[in-house]
Design a protein around this ligand. Sequence first.
Ligand code: CA
Ligand code: CA
Ligand code: CA
Length: 544
Amino acid sequence: MKKALSVLLAACVLISALLCGCQSNYSDPTDSLKVNQSTDKYRNFYEIFVGSFEDSNEDGIGDIPGIISKLDYLNDGDPSTGDDLGIDGIWLTPIMPSPSYHKYDVENYFGIDDRFGTLDDFDKLVKECHKRGIKLIIDMVLNHSSNTHPLFEHACKDILLKKKLNSDAKYFEIEKYKDNPGDNYTEIGNGYYYESNFSPHMPEWNLSAKKTREYFKEIARFWLKEHDVDGFRLDATKYYSNKHTDGAEFLKWYYAMAQKIKPDVYMVGENWTGNAEIQEMYKTGVDSFFAFGFANSTGGFVNAVRVQNQQNLVKSLQKFERKTKANNKNAINSYFLSNHDQIRSANFNKTVGLTGTKMAAALYMLVPGNSYIYYGEEIGMTQDTTAEGDEYKRAPMIWDSENLPEIKVNDKLTSDESQAPYGGAAQQKGNKNSLLEFYKRIIKVKNQNPEIARGTITSELTFASAPSVFGYNVEYNGKKLSIIHNLSKTETVTVEGDFPQEIRAELVASNGEDENGNIVTNHVKSESTKLTLPPQSTVVLAEK
Ligand code: CA
Ligand code: CA
Ligand code: CA
């Protein structure tokens, strides 16, 4: 009886395998390849909005001990385990004492805001990151301070009391004007105004003044040397230039100065402009700038997924890369879908669904350079877009959609299940079909194939017979890889060409469960000159 049952069971297993089309002889190349730990500046970064990530002491504000407690989720430090996301770079939004919740108006550049923790907590975070091979960079806000910064308060004091400038006024863009100089200025009193492009709470530093530069040097030394951070994300570099300052000259000075303190310092600049201006900024020597032109709902990555056709995406990436590398041979372009100032990517990806969201991730993360995941992007977190205010772009991370976070970014903002349409991190973990597992896989593929991040796009791959299929070759140290995507939502497409024969990795967005709960396993096939790609899939090929 027992034997008959087991024969019957074996037959059932065989029949169901045949029915679902599973290829029992399929071996996943990504499973067998070793993961390389990065030792250079090429990283998969993760942006953490500190106050919204994890609250360790239940005061309603995310904090540094909270981040430490979640490091195992980000990277457990063991390259052989796949439980963690696998990122190897973290960018923290500002952590220094500041009156605002976002802390982009710094009051004291030499400390940690007590709502986030202490310097000891911070040192512990740095140590834990380094133990896991993670580079930690912090937001450095050098365009402006808070109007509660003691140097600014002192500068204003004499203007109000003595109607004149004291020596601290030189730190800032303070001047006497006959008439109101315009909207980008705020009056202190007695005809004196300060530059304030963002808000009257944010007086701008005089970046040409010798004393400002001395002060900034001390700040850089404090964080890079005394607290061992690996670098900075430079806020609002677009506003460095004004009638007194050449912003590029300032950046060049700043980067070279920091390099003397820490030779392998890494910096990424926020220059929220078009490609032409960003390319130009690479002449400063700064390693990276965010590629705003490709990001967001209007950028090339998401657009390609939406229309199921790349629409010259590779040509524009190649052109961008060529120019940035001409201006700085060590340029590392930094790609992202959205950040703390933009509508969350899952909101604008709603129209393309879960598989389209996976495709968007595969497109932007497999381009040479660094990728930046905004916390929650890896689980497809959405935001309330009916409410006004940046806070809504910075809602609490949803670790568990059945046990929502109690972080309070503002009084009106609450977390609800609708912000985790694919479930929280806990719900997605281990589910093969989830966005989280897909992100893990992309990162694993990148770590196994270091040429992807470090290479140069040498040629575009297009197929006249199949407009939904496209790709590019990347080369690094004499090694060549081909990265090819099929953007079609429904069609399995076969293309012909002289392809490298080894499948190094495949990423198939539709793998997992379909709407009826059936297991779907589609695979890429490569046979001599024919390459077959399932709907919404990506393959990385190499010469054998
Ligand atoms: Ca807290
Ligand atoms: Ca691991
Ligand atoms: Ca400025």
